[in-house]
Design a protein around this ligand. Structure first.
Ligand code: 5GP
Length: 116
């Protein structure tokens, strides 16, 4: 059983962070330390620690993360110019918060996909 992170508290609004979107499966809110002008996190409401922990029954939730990204990108006005979606996994992937989250990044021309 994975330990809850701060994201569970944000999803339950025990920590007051404005939600840009929430339904029965996923929530979205702005990253506390935005790397670019639009930096939103889209997270499953259910605690799933990493992509390695996704099971077949989570497919609807994982798909919802993408459709919510599409909706928010349009709301942010970055859909036509483009944006990037990233999910980091574990140490080599640079994951810091162990509750799956998709970064929605845009609003400016992004650099190379990887800096290694
Ligand atoms: P990771 O490196 O795990 O893919 O990304 C974690 C992200 O969560 C980072 O971009 C970090 O700025 C963001 N983050 C960490 N703690 C908080 C928080 O308390 N509130 C919000 N809104 N974002 C957070």
């Amino acid at each position: 059983m994975s330990e809850e992170t701060i994201f569970s508290k944000i999803i339950r609004q025990e920590i007051p962070t404005p939600l840009l979107y929430q339904d029965e499966l996923v929530s979205a809110f702005r990253d506390i330390a935005p790397r670019v002008s639009t930096h939103i996190l889209i997270v499953p409401n259910k605690l799933i620690a990493t992509v390695n922990d996704v099971v077949d029954a989570d497919e609807l939730t994982m798909g919802r993360m993408i459709t919510v990204a599409r909706k928010l990108a349009k709301e942010e006005g970055i859909d036509e110019n483009g944006y990037r979606l990233i999910i980091n996994c574990n140490e080599d992937g640079g994951q810091e918060v162990f509750h799956i989250h998709m970064h929605l990044l845009g609003g400016q021309r992004l650099g190379p996909m990887l800096s290694i």
